[in-house]
Design a protein around this ligand. Structure first.
Ligand SMILES: Nc1ncnc2c1ncn2[C@@H]1O[C@H](COP(=O)(O)OP(=O)(O)OP(=O)(O)O)[C@@H](O)[C@H]1O
Ligand SMILES: [Mg+2]
Length: 276
């Protein structure tokens, strides 16, 4: 499949204003439309809730743009969210790998901010999974405690509530506190596919974002491609070269559709060529 979405440029978070009005996702009281009938068991509601600062008042490792709705960066993520949702809904897809050609390109920055943007869609359910075993970064980026070991979860040794937590009615996160170097072994394992299938079904997730290591560094991404519907490639405006992007596209070709190329740190350089 060669379905390709248009690339979306994100700007550097340095353009995010320091003071601005912010919004947190609204929590709606549950409406029971089946009065008198037993409520269907919903594992999503059993996930432990972790207090999360949607207002962006506490410092975190990464700039979280969701608190600054009117900034160009936040708008870029909202546009990326909308295009991505259209693309996913058109094809009945849910699973999106986020990766970049080389380390430090902004995969976690984009994954976390995209997840926060998706979480503002009322009534939706998004799961963000930290699948970068070598350098897990999602918990630190969000400023929340890292829960279990993702490797143990994928091996079926940890339950859903032991691995995932809920930041709101619309967003759950699978963090990882244990780094592991031979990650592609577990990504190939049949238990990984089964655990992820069960997770998506139990959570009734509409969108699942997987924060992955860089494409060109090791074989983790190729090992994981059978588990995803498409890939968002993050191009670092400071460092990514056209040759690196071409190498990534070649590696993905025939394995997973490229949903788009996101130009990160776009305003800092005009050196990067971006291909859709
Ligand atoms: N658009 C941006 N504006 C400002 N800072 C950014 C931006 N993108 C990334 N950064 C910063 O660059 C650093 C690396 O970003 P990030 O952790 O997202 O990269 P990564 O691709 O996930 O790295 P790794 O390969 O180690 O997982 C972080 O400190 C992050 O805050
Ligand atoms: Mg990362």
């Amino acid at each position: 499949m060669n379905k390709t979405a248009k690339p979306v440029d994100t700007t550097t978070a340095e353009t995010v204003p320091e003071h601005s009005v912010s919004e947190a996702p609204k929590t709606h009281p549950k409406r029971d439309r089946s009065a008198g009938l037993p409520t269907r068991f919903d594992p999503w509601l059993q996930l432990p809730q972790v207090p999360f600062d949607f207002l962006g008042q506490k410092p975190s490792r990464l700039p979280l743009v969701s608190a600054f709705r009117s900034s160009p960066t936040a708008r870029a993520f909202d546009l990326l969210r909308t295009r991505l949702l259209h693309s996913l809904r058109d094809h009945g897809w849910k699973r999106v790998a986020i990766t970049s050609p080389a380390a430090g390109g902004g995969t976690t920055f984009c994954g976390v901010n995209l997840a926060l943007s998706l979480a503002r869609v009322p009534g939706s359910r998004t799961v963000l999974m930290d699948m970068n075993f070598r350098r897990p970064g999602v918990a630190a980026a969000l400023g929340i405690p890292a829960a279990g070991s993702m490797v143990d979860f994928l091996a079926g040794e940890l339950s859903l509530p032991e691995q995932l937590c809920r930041l709101s009615d619309t967003l759950a996160v699978g963090t990882n506190r244990v780094s592991k170097q031979n990650a592609s072994d577990i990504l190939h394992a049949p238990s990984t596919a089964e655990v992820l299938d069960d997770m998506i079904e139990d959570c009734r997730a509409e969108t699942v974002l997987f924060d992955l290591p860089p494409v060109l560094e090791n074989d983790d991404v190729p090992a994981f491609l059978p588990q995803v519907d498409g890939v968002l490639l993050i191009s670092d405006g400071d460092h990514t070269t056209a040759a690196e992007l071409a190498a990534c596209e070649k590696m993905l070709a025939g394995h997973a559709p490229l949903l788009g190329v996101v130009l990160n740190r776009a305003q800092q350089t005009d050196r990067t060529q971006v291909t859709p």
